[in-house]
Design a protein around this ligand. Sequence first.
Ligand SMILES: [Zn+2]
Length: 465
Amino acid sequence: MFKTLARLAAAEFTVSTNGEGGLTLLRGGRVLDAHQRFDDVADVLISADGCVIGPSAVPSHARVVDVRDRWVLPGLIDLQVHFREPGQTHKEDLLSGSRAAFAGGITTVVVMPNTTPALDDPELVRGQNEKTARHGGVRILVAAAATKAIAGLELSDHRALKAAGAISLTDDGMPVQDDDVMAQVLASCARHGLLFMQHAEDLRQTRVDGQHAPMNASLTQQLAGVRGQPSGAESHMVARDLLLAEETGARYHVLHCSTQASLELVRAAKMRGVRVTCEAAPHHLLLSDVDVVKASVIAAGRPPSSPDDLDPNKKMNPPLRHLSDRLALAAGLADGTIDAVATDHAPHAAHEKARGFVDGPFGVIGLETAFAALLTFVDGGTITPLRAVELMTSGPARVLGLSGRLGTFAGDSGDVVVVDPRRDWNVTPGALLSRSKNSAFLGMRFRGRVEQTYARGLCVYQRFN
Ligand SMILES: [Zn+2]
């Protein structure tokens, strides 16, 4: 399937011409392939048929690129992305989302089904892939809706969705609340060999009087006078689901795991053999609930006293948690409990976020900052470079059951990223290609930046400054 896309990719995205025959040699970089446990200086030959580390012979017509002092990685994989198509393309669409992904070194994404309409229909699942294939964008894997219209009541046709190419099922954003429906969903996932991905949130704890609490239950929340989400809203649902996953034998994945309690449940379940995996988002790893306060309020040295003192670009669901949760997640990166880092890239237009912290929508973008954010933990000594690479390549590939095919040079994807690990840069709206600019990291400085991205053997992104 992937090889046929290479021919189509040329139209929309290719930014530099490969050598004759579509060959590029990256010369002298530090090659990191976590799947093959490879970390050494080597040349990499890229073609539409895949990559070769340390090729014994290089055709004379290959384009040669000097990448000394750079890292050369397999294309990154993001397990949780919202491209807003169909229905809300003023925020993002498959093409603007692809550009942002490539700029972040991400060549494969899993799109969530909470579009308008929801991806509960096999035709919609096929449409996602076909449209992107025509334009040569990022490789899209579809997480289809587990229940009809993600209403949590009636199961969608799991067999037909799998036949249409769905890689997993989820009702992300609208967790399956009913215990019996959830048991049916997981039993069906086990029957059809489908992964289930859960946005774990007990809505009975987070929606009070019809209002969805906009941030974590905390002192900051109390001072600002807004409602708070207790962290148990996440871990209680994870606990229920793990019991059901154990009973049914289904593969169960916790999307954007954000609390210490959830992570400890996952760790214990893994130890007793439950087929569970989890991911963490960069914003939950780097920020906590005090960071929700606007920088200007902190600079003035006063505590928040109204919702206006809170930054709408720090509002997402699950919310930024306590510092102790953040530190627990960092420990989970290091000890292997966390299988992948995924962005939950959730674009919203400026006028929507301008409705304020309480009334504006949940969600932040993340494709272009994810790997740089993860490198913070390499610089701090928490994880090795190879582990950072694993968390966005072979880790997510394993979650999806695609080990050895994606996220490694051993596969035939032809997806490659070149990163300058020492390049400092400021996260500003102008630095981001996503149609929406609602990053939680605006104003921050990161070290490490994607320089080139290759998809299906073709250069689809190149930084020139
Ligand atoms: Zn979610």
